[in-house]
Design a protein around this ligand. Structure first.
Ligand code: 6GU
Length: 245
């Protein structure tokens, strides 16, 4: 899996790439990340990458030329490749889209800045516009980190414990059950007895019930699309009758 990140601020990525699982994946050679500084494709003495909007108005717009040339400098001959523009106007990123991107061989991420990117870049170079949620960021860099984090941990070989990506919140459409570690008592709160029992079947049912309860309380919207077994439906029926369990 390869990410090419087109950005005006490549330095923002250095600690992110050093300190995360993604950094390890890069070291292990499973993920390849190339940072492309858009400014180095700007022209003139001042390497200007942005300009005032035609028609007037606040703020600056990223010029199409530098982005286009930065994109042309990226080797895109190696297989399934997608050019993604990070923008609040894009399709909302979610776990389904993370899986889709994890199956690409290359994802090129264009980080927008200022008031946006010249419309002709979207029209001629971009396969997918992507937003990470309904709020406004000052630039696409943090969004690019979010996308690379979520996508790369789905690439085989990136996570240490291979199974855990499948077990995460959202993989079956439910929120995760609560987790506990030592000590057994913390600020007067005890770890649920069942988790200490060693009875794996009871623990499984307790956790599934806790997942369903949490989802019902916090994100009932997720239950509509969740993959529910007959057992889940039975548990949910009970939870709906007496929610104070
Ligand atoms: Cl991808 N970019 C910016 N600038 N703001 C956002 C976003 C992206 N996703 C949500 N807000």
């Amino acid at each position: 899996m390869r990410f090419d990140v087109l950005t005006l601020f490549p330095e923002l990525f250095s600690s992110f790439l050093k300190e995360t699982i993604l950094g390890r994946a890069v070291k292990a050679g499973v993920v390849d990340i190339r940072l492309v500084n858009i400014r180095s494709f700007a022209r003139g003495r001042h390497l200007v990458a942005d300009d005032r909007p035609f028609g007037g108005g606040e703020g600056m717009v990223m010029k199409p030329g530098p982005i286009s040339r930065a994109l042309e400098s990226v080797d895109r001959t190696k297989g399934r490749s997608l050019v993604v523009l990070l923008t609040p106007q894009g399709r909302t990123f979610d776990q389904t889209l993370a899986w889709e991107l994890s199956r690409m061989e290359q994802v090129v991420l264009i980080c927008g800045h200022y008031e946006g990117v010249d419309e002709r870049i979207r029209a001629s170079c971009v396969d997918l516009e992507l937003s990470i949620g309904d709020y406004v960021l000052s630039g696409g860099e943090t969004a690019a980190m979010v996308v690379m984090d979520a996508v790369s941990r789905l690439v085989p070989g990136v996570l240490g414990g291979e199974k855990s990506a499948q077990e995460d919140s959202f993989e079956d459409g439910l929120l995760e059950y609560p987790q506990y570690t030592r000590p057994r008592v913390f600020k007067n709160q005890e770890v649920p007895e069942i988790l200490l029992s060693g009875d794996h079947e009871k623990i499984r049912v307790w956790r599934r019930t806790a997942s369903l309860k949490r989802t019902l309380e916090r994100r009932p919207d997720l239950l509509e699309k969740a993959k529910l077994t007959e057992e889940d439906k039975r548990i949910l029926g009970k939870l709906r009758k007496k929610p104070e369990k």
